[in-house]
Design a protein around this ligand. Structure first.
Ligand code: E4P
Length: 217
């Protein structure tokens, strides 16, 4: 499973990218707003840190506007992935951009049928929003499961990118189902490594080691 970071915070990206665990980044207009920076400038910096795909989202809602904005965003770097909303106009733009060899990420997906359309439009990634479905008392993971089955039934190459991840269990459950990617907020990424028995075990080992008076090397 690939891990993308779901943030436009370059300090967090730089820090976590150094672990070697980061395969890409996703941004959206809200994350750009949170960064307080210019979209082109901050996206260029992210692309210089991370080798993998960096999703940058269009804000136009009509086909022509999306294609124009995609051209501007695609010029930022070779690893830009154009993020498009799951609307008819967005799917049309996805078809055009994908047929030109541009990486695409269809976002704001909340159903298996929407994901089926995105795959038919040639999307590189489909982003089902798990957390926002769970917030409504629906089952985000069930949608991931349905998409996995449909994509496997027809051998669609579109990659399932589990988005709106809120908990470590979202990551585990998406991995169990076979989502190709999870885009994870930095705070959740830090939680993935944590286990109280790891901390307690390490403390005990270090305390015993101290008693031996030895040093390695
Ligand atoms: C990423 O591609 C999505 O835009 C993001 O995961 C949405 O997350 P949220 O529901 O926490 O805003």
């Amino acid at each position: 499973m690939k891990f993308f970071l779901d943030t436009a915070d370059v300090e967090e990206i730089r820090d976590l990218n150094d672990t070697g665990l980061v395969d890409g980044v996703t941004t959206n207009p809200s994350l750009i707003m949170k960064s307080g920076r210019d979209i082109i400038e901050v996206t260029r910096e992210i692309c210089s840190i991370v080798d993998g795909p960096v999703s940058a989202e269009v804000t136009a809602t009509d086909y022509n506007g999306m294609i124009e904005e995609a051209a501007v965003l695609a010029k930022i770097a070779d690893n830009i992935c154009i993020k498009l909303p799951l609307t008819m106009e967005g799917l049309k733009a996805c078809k055009t951009l994908s047929s030109r060899g541009q990486q695409t990420n269809v976002t704001l997906c909340f159903s298996a049928n929407q994901a089926l359309l995105a795959a038919k439009a040639g999307a590189t990634y489909i982003s089902p929003f798990i957390g926002r479905l769970d917030d409504l008392g629906l089952d985000g993971m069930e949608v991931i499961e349905e998409i996995r089955t449909i994509y496997d039934n027809y051998d669609f190459k579109t990659q399932i990118l589990a988005a709106s991840v809120r908990t470590v269990n979202h990551v585990k459950d998406a991995a169990l189902i076979g989502a190709d990617v999870a885009t994870i907020p930095p705070s959740t990424m830090h939680k993935l490594v944590k286990h109280m028995l790891t901390d307690a075990g390490l403390s005990a080992f270090l305390a015993d080691w101290e008693k031996t008076g030895q040093k390695i090397g």
